[in-house]
Design a protein around this ligand. Structure first.
Ligand code: ZN
Ligand code: ZN
Length: 296
């Protein structure tokens, strides 16, 4: 099996343009937002023309729908202690899954949210209830994936045990539509040592696999602007951050990086690219070449 590199490309002009830009950078996978990431989007549905343009771009570029990842809005706090806000977040996740299913994505990933000053175990159950509710409300083959977090404040999903507890509380009949993904910057910022040796990296992946009973469904490949254990979520170009290139070489040599989307969420050079310009981002091109070198 091969590595499936992808990027969260700039979507100026629409999400179909993100597909074209990812493909122009030599990517076989792509990640998009289907709503403005800073808003709940709990009411927004996706227009049919957007879906058609997106699917046409996949067809044209040869990017397979199994390699399309949607990133949910950042603000969805499915563990919010305030019942009304939590309800909105759960409704927002249903809408995310509806839109992700409409465009035919393999899955939608989300940050599980924060326990605030409440009971963390109850908070983990709320996250599982959000996943369960979304999967029950939307019948499709699109998955809902938990993403590990950098662990700022009381955010959930920092440890293998927390991710395992969330997934373990989803009913078994829905298990094949859930899972998790690992962001390298978040692992590092959360204090997991994935940089001192290949064995240290493997132990971290082993711990997530043991706690959840499955390998990751995707990775986010990001270097970190801040040191290990900083709990800060600031991505850097691979090799330009505190992690350096080597951990990525080790990850690409691990079986778990094969056959799943490996999505760059690293800085883009052309954030203001013209809406009709399908060119690759120069940073993405450089990152894809670097990853191929590290994988060989
Ligand atoms: Zn994320
Ligand atoms: Zn991040």
């Amino acid at each position: 099996m091969a590595h499936i590199f992808g990027t969260h490309a700039v979507d100026n002009g629409g999400i179909h343009m993100a597909v074209r830009r990812a493909s122009a950078a030599g990517m076989a996978a792509v990640q998009v937002f289907t709503a403005i990431p800073k808003y709940y989007g709990d009411k927004s549905r996706i227009r049919e023309e957007r879906v058609e343009r997106f699917r046409a771009a996949l067809e044209e570029t040869g990017i397979r729908r199994e390699h399309v990842v949607v990133h949910a809005a950042y603000v969805l706090n499915t563990a919010n202690q305030d019942g009304e806000k939590r309800g909105r977040a759960h409704a927002g996740l249903v809408r995310e899954l509806e839109r992700s299913s409409a465009i035919g994505a393999a899955g939608v990933c989300f940050h599980p949210g924060s326990a605030g000053d409440g009971d963390p175990e109850r908070a983990l159950e709320w996250v599982a209830e959000a996943i369960t509710g979304a999967l029950e409300a939307v019948s499709s083959d699109t998955c809902v994936w938990v993403e590990n977090t950098a662990g700022a404040g009381r955010t959930l999903g920092r440890t293998p045990e927390e991710v395992g507890a969330i997934l373990g509380a989803v009913p078994s009949s829905l298990q094949d539509r859930t899972g998790y993904g690992l962001d390298t910057c978040h692992l590092f910022s959360a204090g997991h040592d994935i940089v001192s040796s290949p064995a240290a990296l493997q132990e971290t992946l082993d711990a997530f696999e043991a706690a959840t009973g499955r390998p990751p469904a995707f990775f986010h490949l990001n270097d970190s602007r801040y040191p290990m254990g900083s709990n800060r979520d600031r991505h850097a170009l691979i090799g330009a951050g505190e992690m350096g290139e080597e951990p990525f070489r080790w990850l690409l040599a691990d079986r778990r990086s094969q056959g799943v989307p490996l999505i760059l969420e690293t800085p883009q050079q052309e954030n203001d690219i013209a809406p009709d310009n399908p060119s690759a981002d120069p940073h993405d091109l450089a990152m894809r070449r670097l990853l191929e070198r590290l994988a060989s």
